[in-house]
Ligand binder design. Structure first.
Ligand code: SF4
Length: 696
């Protein structure tokens, strides 16, 4: 019987149909009825059936490398967490979770941490992917709201992709954009990226800006729009605030000055500005090239400012659009699974919001201040402030910046608990307790994609070995710690509680509201069709586009311009480290390859870590195409295959972030990446680390 579920990889959130025959053989195809992909799948999604074998799976609990019963393992985790909290306080423990978790998993671990343990030391690998967009949205709209929907991309006449290699990282959405352009010859695509990526192939214009100069560029655009009177005066006057300060910030910023600062020709930049000015239906999509920066939040607001000035938001075919990297980065935000958030898009540092959540949860104690964000969390583990950490469904020894320090931190930690579906990862090696979790195809719950669309992940495989759902493992520990409120019988029950909380004392004051789903019974949950939040009594079928009535979630209900000033990256290049390292994804791998690395078909695209050099930089460094290079930064080293290409901007090196020690002993790029973070979002600057290269 075919089962409809959702792809577990990127934030496009494609619908998948999985069919298991009588012999247990699984085939996977795109779900023609799913509004994210209408039947299409990219190379990663098409290879899903090749990744579901049990080789390498963690199938029973282990304590200190030895098999253990679930009871012993859970008693140990609960007992040690309780002891450490008693002896050192709640902030001595932490949870590091993942955008791979389902919303139901995320909900219960956030509830346990913030409402029962009483610490906000819960953060997630989503911190690495879109935390800057969250803060940018909240500064502009008063809420973490993605205004638009995928259909806007098909209705736009200008698509501006900033810091996004969507052809490789959001392939199905990229295909939708190319198809829309084919149907609408008036539609143009502009790519703003220091590298000439695969995304540039279908574009009308590529702006290879100087790494990190995005604020300068969008401030220049704001000045150009204002100077050419491209202002929606009604919109700006009636439903925004702060325009005077934003325009004062960019006053006198000419095209020539902007072009010089961004390393672009004046003619190319003016062409883009002219297109933006003349085209009403503009969507500006942005991703990690914007977010992963020490000025990531400012970059987001610089983009949003241009949409506010022109009133291009909340209408078909226009708006700023943050593309989330992970399949459930959005679901994690909805439940408040970041160290500076509370559940249901409420604010941790807002006493009224804490009171609402505490009463709803009947929580004994609430965290009252923001917890440690990802990079700071592992610093606190390294210096002993955090004595126990529970890592769920993620591999920080590969994916966090300054990754060797992360590894050393785990070695020094009193208790490391890892729940994962895989036995051997760079992180599981450091675990004292390993708890076997269900994987895609076995899990049951929901995820939310980049356009606020909630879709079901449904199981079509039996639970293997002793593996359990993540939400259930968390509840098993919570009950052993003596906490009430963790007696869910199924994922559907968790979902109903999450939906009910979203509407609890809301009254339209908060953007995230799916209260109309709180009454869905098990059958309705099973049959839940993909739906975009808010889903309320007034909008029972969901909401495609936000701010159609320009009512924002700020105190005065006006959208806010934010005056942003360009800042240099935290760590500048020098004579010793003359190149800028930029990390990112390749087309056929996902995260740290624990799943996609299982399939020969996907590995055949690119099978080893590589570093892309501009020909002149390769010559200066003495490295040759197809040879090996050693890359060194003040934080670490790696070895990579050299690719020399003029598509790389001079002075920059690109290295993919996927390879772990299993596939490439010295190929973990995050060992080099600097741990500087955006001061507001805590998102690391993964796109700008000074490095040097030598032949190896
Ligand atoms: Fe999966 Fe993303 Fe590919 Fe869709 S585009 S099939 S969600 S990896």
């Amino acid at each position: 019987m075919p089962v409809k579920t959702t792809c577990p990889y990127c934030g496009v959130g494609c619908g998948v149909v999985a069919d298991r025959d009588a012999d247990g053989k699984v085939t996977v195809s795109g779900d023609r009825e799913h509004p994210a992909n209408f039947g299409r799948l990219c190379s990663k999604g098409s290879a899903l059936a090749e990744t579901i074998g049990l080789e390498g799976r963690l199938l029973a609990p282990l304590m200190n490398g030895q098999p253990a019963t679930w009871d012993d393992a859970l008693d140990h985790v609960a007992g040690q967490f309780a002891r450490i909290i008693r002896e050192h306080g709640p902030d001595a423990v932490a949870f590091y979770v993942s955008g791979q978790l389902l919303t139901e998993d995320y909900y219960v671990v956030n509830k346990l941490s913030k409402g029962f343990v009483g610490t906000a030391n819960i953060d997630t690998n989503s911190r690495l992917c879109m935390a800057s967009s969250v803060v940018g949205h909240k500064r502009a709209f008063g809420s973490d709201t993605v205004p638009g929907c995928y259909e806007d991309l098909e209705q736009a006449d200008l698509l501006v992709l900033v810091g996004s290699n969507s052809a490789w990282c959001h392939p199905i959405l990229h295909q939708r954009m190319l198809a829309a352009k084919e149907k609408n010859p008036a539609c143009r695509i502009v790519v703003i990226d220091p590298r000439r990526t695969a995304t540039c192939e279908g574009a009308d214009l590529h702006l290879p800006l100087r790494a990190g100069s995005d604020v300068m560029l969008f401030n220049g655009l704001l000045a150009y729009l204002a100077g050419n009177n491209v202002i929606d005066r009604d919109f700006v006057g009636n439903v925004t605030s702060g325009v005077a300060d934003a325009l004062a910030q960019v006053a006198g910023q000419t095209v020539a000055r902007t072009a010089g600062a961004c390393g672009l020709t004046e003619g190319t930049l003016e062409l883009f500005f002219d297109w933006f000015a003349r085209t009403e239906r503009v969507v500006t999509l942005y991703s990690q090239g914007v977010n992963q920066s020490t000025s990531g939040v400012d970059k987001v607001n610089a983009i949003i400012n241009c949409h506010l000035l022109t009133g291009r938001i909340g209408r078909p075919g226009m708006g700023p659009f943050s593309l989330t990297g992970q399949p459930n980065a959005m679901g994690g935000r909805e439940v408040g699974g970041l160290a500076n958030q509370l559940a249901a898009h409420m604010d941790l540092e807002n006493a009224a919001h804490r009171d609402i959540v505490q009463r709803f949860w009947r929580a004994p104690v609430m965290a009252e201040k923001g917890g440690l964000k990802a990079v700071d969390m592992f610093d606190a583990i390294a210096d002993g402030r955090i004595k126990a950490v529970w890592i769920m469904s993620t591999n920080p020894v590969v994916s966090l910046p300054d990754a060797d320090r992360v590894r050393a931190a785990l070695d020094a930690c009193e208790l490391v608990v890892v729940s994962d579906c895989m036995r051997h990862t760079d992180t599981t090696r450091h675990a004292h307790v390993l708890l076997p979790a269900l994987a895609w195809g076995e899990k049951d719950g929901t995820v939310t994609n980049s356009e606020r669309r909630i879709s079901r992940q449904r199981p079509f495989l039996p639970p293997p070995g002793e593996a359990r759902a993540d939400w259930r493992i968390v509840c098993d520990v919570a009950r052993r710690m003596g906490y009430a409120g963790f007696d869910y019988a199924a994922a559907a029950e968790v979902f109903r509680e999450h939906a009910e909380l979203s509407g609890f004392e809301n009254g339209g004051r908060r953007d995230f509201d799916i209260s109309a789903l709180a009454t869905c019974d098990d059958q309705a949950y099973e049959a839940l069709e993909p739906v975009q939040w808010p889903v309320t009594r007034d909008a029972p079928s969901g909401t495609a586009r936000m701010f159609e009535t320009p009512h924002f979630f700020t105190p005065d209900h006006k959208a806010r311009f934010v005056a942003v000033k360009p800042r240099a990256a935290r760590n500048a290049t020098s004579r010793d480290y003359p190149l800028v390292l930029n990390t990112g994804r390749v087309r056929d791998q996902w995260h740290t390859m624990t799943r996609t690395g299982k399939t020969a078909r996907l590995l055949s695209h690119i099978f080893e870590p590589y570093a892309e050099f501009h020909p002149e930089d390769a010559r200066m460094a003495g490295v040759k195409h197809d040879g090996l290079a050693r890359l060194t930064s003040p934080w670490g080293k790696m070895i990579a295959r050299v690719v020399v290409t003029s598509e790389q901007r001079r002075g920059c090196v690109f290295v993919p972030m996927h390879w772990n020690e299993e596939f490439a002993g010295a190929g973990r790029v995050n060992a080099l990446v600097n741990p500087a973070v955006d001061p507001l979002s805590g998102q690391p600057e993964s796109k700008h680390t000074p490095v040097k290269a030598d032949p190896f």
